[in-house]
Design a protein around this ligand. Structure first.
Ligand code: HEM
Length: 421
């Protein structure tokens, strides 16, 4: 064979391989499934829009294809579930499984754990026990939060600029978390000495068996890992939301001063409950977390049929259109898109209350059991920061979050902290 025909043959083989690959990867949609949004570029499907145009793309898809629809990303079909059906994913826990391992290599991080469901249930039980005694933890939380604020932010008589706010908040809240869960302080408080005891009193716990011992250490890390990251992200968003809105910061400062005077600087649970404006602000911060999609799940049962009649098969990735819930005009009114810090003050709707229009903590039986703890801690740290500092964005503007496709992260911009006079 001469050189030209060899080259020609290579082209033909290449094209055949591409066609076979395309046919193999062609999404197959069964009867009764949500409609697949059409796409023009084979193999790539909707991946570009998913990454670079998420907000508008999903808005348009919902307008055209309705409540549930499927898209083709990363060579696989993903079903998107909007407001009216979204809660069904949380409620039907046995049919759907949260698919965190698609983002984080959990198996590598926690190699002593094989059954994450079992660990989650154990930790959920522990967190419910801790929540029942949240008042006992308030003084420890307060002590270590103040220590963290002093250590990592300190005296800002001369204004100080901070760049990595999320990292800063992680450092500050790790202190109270670690001291509540494993610190020496815990041992001296009889009331609150039950966290480690909870693990050590499990029927299979055995100090002398390294395998079991390491398993429980991993279980503890899963709890710390899950609780610190989520809480500090919301605190960081909250600080940016305050720093860009001086009038809101001033109003919260006034509330904080009244409460601080009443309790003489030593906060208890009832004092945190009195922080109505701060609670409303925190709820608005959570509502504006700004993830278009969140909480990717996988269908674990043979198939699942939503109450709207659509069926999704086993293994299907189901992502939740959170923006559709949290910015719903039906639920929040025509100004749903606006950040209104005090919109919940007289609404009898606290930041930790689970509601199908406020799905930030999930829903149903498995809704986040740590939400009371998280909101308590978020309010406590914001209260202390608001009392101590005037906080501004360096730019003088409200800073935008960072977006990675449909996921949002806190802004990565500079903030200025200055002591209050
Ligand atoms: C603002 C911070 C937090 C957010 C936004 C958050 C959100 C969530 C969400 C969405 C779920 C899944 C619910 C479901 O599958 O229906 C969850 C589960 C869980 N969270 Fe949180 N969480 C936060 C803080 C915490 C904290 C501080 C703790 C522990 C002290 C915690 C412990 C747990 C546990 C143990 C589960 C598993 C519950 C179960 O499957 O029964 N979370 N959280």
């Amino acid at each position: 064979m001469d050189e030209v025909s060899t080259e020609f043959l290579a082209y033909i083989i290449g094209i055949i391989i591409l066609i076979i690959f395309y046919i193999i990867k062609l999404p197959r949609i069964g009867a009764n499934e949500p409609p697949l949004v059409p796409y023009t570029i084979p193999i790539l499907g909707h991946t570009y829009n998913y990454f670079f145009n998420a907000r508008n793309f999903f808005k348009k898809c919902k307008e055209q294809y309705g409540e549930c629809f499927s898209i083709y990303v990363f060579g696989r079909v993903m079903t998107i579930v909007s407001r009216s059906s979204l809660n069904e994913v949380f409620i039907n826990h046995k049919d759907f499984k949260l698919s965190l391992s698609e983002f984080l290599p959990f198996d590598m991080l926690f190699e002593n754990i094989s059954d994450f469901d079992k660990v989650t249930q154990l930790n959920a039980k522990l967190v419910k026990e801790i929540t029942g005694k949240i008042d006992s933890y308030t003084s420890i939380m307060q002590k270590y939060l103040l220590e963290g604020i002093d250590k990592f932010i300190g005296d800002c008589k001369d204004p100080k600029e901070f760049l990595s706010i999320w990292e800063l908040m992680n450092h500050i809240i790790a202190l109270p978390m670690a001291n509540i869960i494993v610190g020496e302080e815990v041992a001296s408080h009889e009331d609150v000495n039950d966290t480690l005891e909870f693990y050590t009193s499990q029927p299979d716990f055995d100090y002398s068996n390294p395998k079991i011992f390491h398993y429980y250490i991993d279980v503890l890390f899963v709890l710390i890992f899950g609780s610190v990251g989520t809480t500090s992200e919301i605190i960081t968003n909250g600080i940016f939301d305050l720093a860009g809105r001086p009038e809101c910061l001033n109003e919260l400062y006034e509330e904080a001063m009244i409460i601080d005077k009443e309790c003489n600087g030593s906060i208890t649970l009832p004092d945190v409950q009195k922080m109505k404006k701060l609670d409303s602000f925190v709820k608005e911060v959570l509502r504006h977390s700004d993830d278009t999609l969140k909480f990717l799940h996988k269908v674990t049962s043979e198939s699942f049929t939503f109450s709207n009649g659509y069926t999704v098969p086993k293994g299907r990735r189901v992502n939740l259109y959170m923006d559709d819930v949290l910015k719903s005009k039906d639920a929040y009114g025509d100004d749903a898109e606006e950040f209104k810090p005090f919109r919940f003050v007289n609404a009898n709707s606290s930041a930790s209350k689970v509601d199908r229009n406020y799905a930030v903590f999930g829903g149903g039986k498995h809704a986040c059991p740590g939400r009371f703890f998280a909101i308590h801690e978020i309010k406590l740290i914001l209260h202390k920061l608001i009392l101590k500092y005037n906080i501004k964005t360096k730019s003088g503007k409200i800073e935008n979050k960072k977006y990675i496709g449909p996921i949002s992260l806190p802004p990565k911009k500079a903030l200025i902290f200055e002591n209050r006079k």
